[in-house]
Design a protein around this ligand. Sequence first.
Ligand code: FEO
Length: 401
Amino acid sequence: MYCTRNLSDSVYWVGGCDRRLSLFENLFPIPRGITYNSYLILDEKTALIDTVDASVSRQFLENILHTLDGRALDYLVVNHMEPDHCANLEELMLRFPSLKLVGNAKTFGLMQQFYDFDLSERMVTVKEGDTLSLGSHTLRFYFAPMVHWPEVMMTYEETEKLLFSADAFGSFGAVNGNLFNDEVRFEQEWLDDARRYYGNIVGKYGAQVQAALKKLPGQEIRMICPLHGLVWRSNLDCLLQKYDLWSRYEPEEQTVALLYGSMYGDTENAVNILACGLADAGVKHIAVHDISSTHVSALVSEVFRCSHLVLAAPTYNGGIYPAMLNFLHDMKALNLQNRTVALLENGSWAPTAAKQTRALLDELKNIQVLEPVVTVKSALKGDTLSQLSQLKDSILASLAG
Ligand code: FEO
């Protein structure tokens, strides 16, 4: 049975939610599920903006058949060719023999890589800034390459001022009926998942997100309609400002995330003492994460939130503790930058983790490492407690900056 929501009298949400999938892209935990958004515009011509993942195909088809109410589907705009949004292309082409697919040259190149169906007579190839009239609605196409694949474009509907933004402005999490941002408590319920989605899915492409954002201000936007998560119809500046910060790799908050690996609790003890010392000095919204039991996507998300990081881990097999090494590799892969980092290492006979960590951090852009680097030999003692106190003061001075 159909399950839709109205964006307006002529624009409908016809997507679906998957609460069964545990790992998005078979990588990222999504305990709150995921939403695949698709939008249908009814005018003299009908146009669908993207499709959905195969997991919600049945719901999706029921939604569009109900909404079309016997009409044909004239256009399918393909803003993004990743399979979580285009799994239903062939099904729609079979059901609607006159359906035209709207995309750019790269869209159709990828389409032919993924699928075998015949595209002749079906393609409407658009260029940057081209328009497509549906009657009283007009679609204008803006290219947003690498947000998050090279073919990505955004579609702006000029009459109702709707921005169909592809992966940009999306989030992990299944919507609970409440599709619109003003129906939920975004900061409490959605921001962490929106940040984790951005950081891990789009985070590497900050420059490309900035380029896309620069195309937007000339157009009035009444709603932002992404491919995942909430539809924004109020307080758009909140989301635009977050994206501006994230894509410039600027932190949301002047605060500290302490990320530690600890085999027997001694490194953890030092981290807890440091966290309490920082809190005593007035630092708020501190995060402490055990990197062995916290998914790396959540650690990446904390980097996007916090201005300062404490990286604390033992030396392991003469190298960096594996969970920390994995996190550092992700930081590099996602192009993370502009952070202040404090280092704490542990080693019972030959501590070298901090030196090796610093070498990896040197490969990132604009990472400042604070002094002193604290070396714990097995467990915290008087002299290392003193070093830890100096490091706390150094972090506080930097925060006050
Ligand atoms: Fe939700 Fe890049 O696909």
